[in-house]
Design a protein around this ligand. Sequence first.
Ligand code: GLC
Length: 717
Amino acid sequence: MKNYKDKNLSVRVRTEDLLSRMTIEEKIGQLNQLSAKLSDADEMRKNAVQGLVSSRVMASTAFAGNEEQEITGFDEINLLQELALNQSRLGIPLMDGWDIVHGQRTIFPLPLAQAAGWAPELVQRAAEIAALETAEWGVRWTFAPMLDIARDPRWGRIVEGFGEDPYLCAQMAAASVKGFQGESLSDKRRIAACAKHYIGYGMSCGGRDYSACDCSEHELRNTYLPPFKAAVEAGAATVMASFNEIGGEPVTGSKHLLTDILKGELGFQGFVVSDWYAIHQLINQGVAENRKEAAYIAFDAGVDMDMLDLCYSEHLPALIEEGRISKERLDDAVRRILEVKFRLGLFDDPYVDPNASQRIRDEHMEFAKVFAEKCMVLLKNENNVLPLPKSGRKIAVIGPLAEAKRALMGSWTQNKSDEGIQTIVEGVQAAAPEAEIITASSLYDEMLMAAQRAEMVVLVLGESDRRNGEHACIADIELPVGQLELLRAVRRLGKPVVSVICSGRPLVLEEVDHLSDAVLYAWHSGHQTGPAAAEILFGNVNPSGKLPVTFPRTTGQIPIYYNHKPNARQIDEYYYPESTDYFDTTGKPMYPFGYGLSYTTFAYSGLTIDKEKITADEVQTVRVTVTNTGNMEGDEIVQCYLRDCSSALTRPLKELKGFQRIHLAPGASQEVVFTLDREKLGYYGKGGKFCVEPGKFMVYTGGNCLTEMCTQFEIVK
Ligand code: GLC
């Protein structure tokens, strides 16, 4: 007699056997996710024994990105698993989930900063480390990666995703999933990923969180879907449905988006979890008159697990009794959830070793530093004021974030301790022990006095971690109040000024750029923000990051992104045509997508394509030679863009189709090769069908999206 407890049987056989033994109530219990809130601990234990809870979300508020969480510790996980396995009728383990977005104990750069590294292999390594540290805590599921394409820096959650470009985001999506999940989920160092928030949340109107947003299916498929397609193809075990609507239909209640496209067209085999209270929120959105209708709409649409609002546990029994929800659909949802639990090995060993390392490992911190160094972006370096001299000059390191700790970690960190965080000042002191450093970081008059006594000034500005993340939108993306005034005062002293910006989101930096000799965007890069920034400031590391999102010149320019559709009146490949743009600013951003400087220089030459004409099913090969023309070794992120010049539906002026981070010694050259296959040459055209159309294509290669180095080819019938 087959038995689901037999670990030698396949996941599918064990799942089907268990499913056949479950009552309706036990099946509905598997669809129910509750908070790991401390105050709910006793109730939770009863639920575990009765098989009424499937999972806990390790958050006690809906704003886990920035609020302290009052949740149970990892010892409670063992206790609950013990109750579930040995006291409930069928012994089905729990599968707790946690927002481990950019590290658990070791905090890495925010995902937007990670994207600035243009290094999927580093994103994957960071996810691996986060998975290990999370699994050691006893949690085997993360609500990450966040894959929302975002083009509005007023939206606090722009920091949580990988920027404005579908291709770059898709590469990071696959890397994250592979890092979290590894080769097999049964590996106890791995955790289930959750591609979120499917789909279109980043369009939040006006950058207001949770606000309505909309786009055509054409735009949805060509811009917002690619990262989720990449995550599903990489094997993402779960997907989280988003709060927002598309086309008047809340995604949480959209059978077309969740079942037809995600589970049908993309072939997603895992399960869909709702976002926090999102099923109940269908009432707010006006499409459900009550919780029972909300439960019906969401479950019928394809949401398998209910995060927190108890709509399923309260109303699915009646909906099944009434025949409105079929037993087939119920079994489909439960099957999807059980399969992930079996794949994670939770039925066989759900316990966490209470003696597992709770410390941050040195090798993880070392990697975090290297990663942060790769993500930081040098935006300006006039007269080579950087690198700073390591001795012989008095250097003031001042500013409201010069000695900040928590702010550097960024939003969405569950590890609220200051253990292991080094400030910018501490980083500077370690990177240049011979340098004469003067610091001040609390009173503005003391900061000015320090600057006055120094020969050069490093001014550390930026945002609190609390000004980013969920429920953290701002109407004006200037620096926080008072910081520009401080910069103006420092500038009036007439000394070289290096501005270091520690922020999560893009900020308006036009005046900062004007008043500074050099600008380094250090982001909120986690534990190693301070040391990494200092290594770059003193030239121990050559900066190489490139922007994954356009930096507007003013808040009023938003939305401004490189891969926009052509202007009907006039074509301008450098964002927007001056003649039809705002009267009171230029049509250009402050810093374009893909932009970032180095301490050396790189030259591009010899752009060629293999064939001037290809058919739609052939591959085009692009070659370009890059030379380090400076006197310092460094990385260059070589980018390849494509423009489809004649198509049945409009196409963006440029689209990133490839990138490679290469390392060159001074004077060295390397040929970089890009292949443009059907996936890269085509788009979702009329009727939502993927197609490659005949016509002229322009190919660009260079160090940012404004490159003018291009050639062309034709696709022939
Ligand atoms: C929040 C967020 C989501 C997060 C979930 C659990 O509201 O929207 O990203 O994973 O709730 O904390």
